[in-house]
Design a binder for this molecule. Structure first.
Ligand code: KAL
Length: 257
C-alpha cells in the first residue's frame, strides 16, 4: 500500500489560476503519477487551465468545460471523460460561489436568490457531480470537496457561504453513506485561509492571516501544497478506511476557542 497514483485518473474541478487550491491538489496528484482531467467554468478560465495543464510533466491531461449549475453540462462532461479515459478513480470538487455583496455585513440581509445561488454552486454541485462520477468509478475510489470552518461556526463576513458549507458538509456525509457500498469514499478538507482568487477583494484578509500566524498551533498559514498533499492521501489507498470525514488542514486553528 503506498501513495503512488500510477495508472489512475482523477477529475479536478475548480482551477482558476496558479494560486487555486485545486491547482495545489493537481500538482500533488500529478507528482504521484496520476493522469488528470480538468474542468473549468466559463471561457474566462479556459486558457489559464490549459496553460497550467500543459506545464505538468504528463502531456495527456484533458481540459473540458463544466458549468455545475447545468445538469446537462455535467452529464456531457462526464460523458466525454468516459469516452476519452474510461474509468476514473476520484474527483476533487473545489468549487464555490456567492455574490460578493452578500459576503459582508449581516447574514440577515441575504436574499432568496443569493441564498439559492450560493447553495446551488457551492453545495448541490457536489451531489450532482457525484451522481455522474459514480458511473465512471467502477473500480471504487475517492471523492473530495473543499470546506471551511465558517460552516461549523460563525466567522465574520462568511455569511451565506458558511450556511452553504454546512449544507456541503452534510451532503458529503450522506454521499459517503450512499457510495460506500460501491467502494467510493467521500471526504472533505477544511482548509485554513489561503490567498486565492476567491479570497480576493476580501477587506481584512491580511488581518485574518496575521491572526492565524499569531495564534494557530503551528503559527503559520496554510499552503496549497499542504492541502494538495492531504488530497493525495485521500485519493490514495492509504486512506482506505476513511470516509464521511472532514480533515482540518489549518495549522490547528480550529481547536482554538
Ligand atoms: C471569512 C472569510 C472572508 C471572506 C468571505 C467570504 C469568502 C467566500 C468565498 C467565495 C467562494 C468567494 C466568492 O464567491 C467571490 C465571488 O463573489 C467573486 N469572485 C469571483 O467571481 C472569482 C473571479 C471566482 C474565481 O471566484 C469564484 N468563487 O468563482 C473567509 C476566508 C477567511 C476564507 C475563504 C476565502 C474561504 C473560501 O470559502 O474561499
Amino acid at each position: 500500500m503506498n501513495l503512488s497514483l500510477e495508472n489512475r485518473t482523477y477529475v479536478i474541478m475548480g482551477v482558476a489560476n496558479k494560486r487555486s487550491i485545486a491547482w495545489g491538489i493537481a500538482r500533488s496528484l500529478s507528482n504521484a503519477g496520476a493522469r488528470l482531467v480538468f474542468t473549468y467554468a466559463g471561457e474566462r478560465f479556459e486558457k489559464n487551465v490549459r496553460d497550467l495543464a500543459e506545464s505538468l510533466e504528463r502531456s495527456d491531461s484533458l481540459v473540458i468545460p463544466c458549468d455545475v449549475t447545468d445538469d446537462e453540462q455535467i452529464k456531457e462532461a462526464f460523458g466525454r471523460i468516459k469516452e476519452e479515459v474510461g474509468v476514473i478513480h476520484g474527483v476533487a470538487h473545489c468549487i464555490a460561489f456567492a455574490n460578493v455583496e452578500e459576503l459582508k455585513g449581516e447574514y440577515l440581509n441575504t436574499t432568496r436568490d443569493g441564498f439559492l445561488l450560493a447553495h446551488n454552486i457551492s453545495s448541490y454541485s457536489l451531489t450532482a457531480v457525484a451522481k455522474e462520477a459514480r458511473q465512471l468509478m467502477t473500480e471504487g475510489g475517492s471523492i473530495m470537496t473543499m470546506t471551511y470552518l465558517g460552516g461549523e461556526r460563525v466567522v465574520n463576513n462568511y455569511n451565506v457561504m458558511g450556511v452553504a458549507k454546512a449544507s456541503l458538509d452534510a451532503s458529503m456525509k450522506y454521499l459517503a453513506n450512499d457510495l460506500g457500498k460501491d467502494g467510493i469514499r467521500v471526504n472533505a478538507i477544511s482548509a485554513g485561509p489561503i490567498r486565492t482568487l476567491a479570497a480576493k477583494g476580501v477587506g481584512d484578509f491580511n488581518s485574518i492571516l496575521k491572526d492565524i500566524e499569531e495564534r494557530a498551533p503551528l503559527r503559520r498559514t496554510t499552503t496549497t501544497e499542504e492541502v494538495g498533499d492531504t488530497a493525495l492521501f485521500l485519493m490514495s489507498d492509504l486512506s482506505r478506511g476513511l470516509t464521511g470525514e472532514m480533515l482540518h488542514i489549518d495549522s490547528g486553528f480550529h481547536i482554538l476557542g
